[in-house]
Design a protein around this ligand. Structure first.
Ligand SMILES: [Ca+2]
Ligand SMILES: [Ca+2]
Length: 614
């Protein structure tokens, strides 16, 4: 009886507190670190009528600079300054209303990991494996359905959630490392609590929380730690242009212009307005401010609170999760000046970090506009270290598929690389045969394994940082059509009961197995071939269905032959004297055979060669 009374009293006190004073719903970022270069920190505080409170903080080294109101009584922004001498620890943020009621929230300042600021981003020595987490491996069936989340499991639906998760990736890190990949790019892992189509992750509903159907924030951190132990970096996919329509703030926006438009107005997708000297304001605004889709509201990066929110969010994930790079989605859609500032802020904090942006244009002039160091005539300073090389992807796809002629075939690849003069640093571009948004490279090659092999050899030996989409190494197909749901099929072996297991080789077809082995051999070789990472490139105009190029430095040389000849062909070597003069032999790392360079090289039909020159 006494106990009951005590509980009731305690409950009554709690209710009384709730009634008299605000609940803090969100403080973001949820914690921070001492010893950051940028001493400022802006906290977004969300809670009913919270903006009527006075704020106080008492912690040595932390000063409260200002409190900014937004016109919405349920939010304010607190500007702190954390001096360089501040010790890690926690303090209370005290909110006091006009009646003198107070509520306190603990806020933590953590100690940074040693070497955090000097972390090395992904670079030319890496090959990145792109994984769509929902479609790779289901390591934990218990998270397939999460109570309270809008979409559950439906593996029969190609747009449904299939149950893949972080545990599944952790379980197969050895496979990825054994294949020879040294970096992993995961499609977005943040919460997407949307009614449907939430599996792809591009509609975030919480910027500080991993989707529980993938795992917890801690699981994500563990994955990155384990990957690091196995020699692999992790790249985080981020989207600054839009959030999901189911984001918690959509019911009560922090400030009037938090979104570009309060209601759905579709973007015109005319991405060239960013470079076009003649673009109308109507087109510019229509592109930048329109929503990506009805379920993806456009965030207004011109609002300074939003800009700071996003910048801090990415720094928070870098510091918290230990990522080695960011892949930024839909790069030309947000406000470009804010994006440049974002790059500057990250680079100041992490000088050796890497960021790759997605500008899906086949025109290298457009892509090069964004890269750090580009001298644009409109004065825009891009600041972005790396971009996805869509122009080269397309050139290779067409170059290998199209008939050889003066203006078609391999010449497309040769001439596309000539455009590298446009880039401040073409070596930093990410090159790829395919990704989650386009038909798989094997389908692009109309399931011609010879042409596929030529293309893979090219991407793994040309300049840049290669990226391979999960399943491309085992010739995954989508003969049903090019719909995204088909392109992003489940990796065989990732689900209990799968008849084929590409992790163990069980039940795999001969051709799939052969291709997987070729990838492994090539990736392992590339991992230790410094000349492919940083060596120079010289290529010779394609002739007679062959395209020959060299990667070389002071000590090493590699000769690559891309070969589209349907019948045996004898390649004369005199034309390459500029490179081969005095060299004696070349050993093919694919077939293992040694070739005498005083003679012609007899090329087998459609077979590519990678010769280590001695
Ligand atoms: Ca699962
Ligand atoms: Ca936008």
């Amino acid at each position: 009886m006494k106990i009951k009374l005590l509980i009731l009293t305690a409950l009554a006190i709690m209710i009384a507190q709730n009634n008299t004073y605000a609940q803090i719903e969100h403080i973001e970022p949820p914690f921070w670190w001492t010893g950051m270069k940028h001493s400022g920190l802006q906290l977004m505080v969300h809670g009913e009528d919270i903006a009527e409170s006075a704020v106080s903080i008492d912690y040595e080294g932390v000063s409260l600079k200002s409190v900014e109101h937004t016109g919405n009584n349920n939010y304010f922004f607190i500007n702190l300054d954390i001096s360089t001498e501040t010790k890690p620890g926690s303090f209370m943020i005290k909110f006091t209303d006009e009646q003198g009621n107070t509520v306190e929230k603990e806020y933590k300042l953590l100690k940074r990991e040693p070497g955090s600021a000097d972390r090395k981003g992904f670079d030319n020595s890496d090959v990145m494996y792109l994984i769509m987490p929902d479609r790779f491996a289901n390591g934990d069936p218990s998270n397939d359905e999460v109570e309270g989340m809008k979409e559950g499991l439906n593996r029969r639906k190609r747009y449904g959630r299939h149950g893949g998760d972080i545990k599944g990736i952790r379980d197969h890190l050895d496979y990825i490392a054994d294949m020879g990949f040294t970096a992993i790019w995961l499609n977005p892992v943040l919460e997407n609590d949307m009614k449907e189509w939430s599996y792809h992750g591009y509609a975030a509903t919480d910027f500080y929380k991993v989707d529980r159907r993938f795992g917890t924030n801690e699981d994500y951190v563990e994955l990155i730690k384990e990957a690091k132990e196995k020699g692999m970096k992790v790249v985080m996919d981020m989207i600054f242009n839009h959030c999901g329509a189911g984001h918690w703030w959509m019911d009560d926006l922090p400030v009037d212009d938090w979104l570009s438009y309060p209601e759905y107005v579709r973007t015109n997708h005319r991405r060239t307005i960013n470079q076009d000297p003649y673009a109308s304001e109507t087109d510019k605004e229509g592109m930048i401010r329109g929503w990506f889709s009805a379920s993806m509201p456009d965030m207004n990066q011109r609002n300074p609170f939003m800009a700071e929110y996003l910048i801090q969010n990415s720094i928070w994930w870098i510091e918290y999760a230990g990522i080695a790079g960011i892949r930024m989605d839909t790069y030309p859609y947000p406000d470009k000046h804010m994006m440049a500032e974002w790059n500057r802020r990250i680079t100041r904090e992490y000088p050796h970090f890497n960021i790759v942006g997605e500008e899906w244009s086949l025109n290298p002039a457009i892509v090069s506009y964004w890269q750090k160091g580009q001298d644009n005539r409109d004065g825009y300073q891009g600041e972005l270290p790396s971009l996805m090389d869509f122009p080269l992807q397309n050139a290779v796809s067409e170059g290998l598929s199209d008939k050889e002629d003066w203006n078609s075939g391999l010449i497309k690849i040769y001439e596309m690389l000539a455009n590298d003069f446009l880039y401040p640093d073409p070596w930093k571009l990410v090159v790829f045969p395919d990704n989650h948004d386009m038909p798989r490279f094997y389908m692009q090659m109309e399931m011609d394994r010879d042409m596929f092999r030529n293309g893979i050899v090219f991407f793994l030996t040309t300049r840049g940082i290669p990226q391979i989409f999960y399943g491309t190494e085992i010739l995954m197909t989508h003969t049903e059509g090019d719909d995204h749901g088909y392109i992003r099929k489940d990796f065989p072996g990732g689900w209990p009961g799968d008849k084929v297991n590409a992790f163990t080789g069980e039940g795999m077809g001969k051709e799939e197995k052969n291709m997987q082995n070729m990838f492994k051999r090539l990736l392992k070789w590339r991992e230790t071939s410094g000349v492919i990472h940083t060596g120079k490139l010289m290529h010779f105009a394609p002739e007679h269905g062959t395209y020959v190029y060299f990667r070389y430095n002071e000590t090493d040389m590699v000769m690559v032959i891309i070969n589209k000849n349907a019948s045996p062909y004898e390649l004369e070597l005199e034309r390459f004297d500029e490179m081969l003069n005095g060299k004696k032999s070349g050993k093919d790392i694919l077939g293992g055979r040694e070739y005498d360079l005083n003679d012609k090289i007899k090329l087998s039909p459609y077979k590519p060669y990678i010769l280590e020159i001695k």
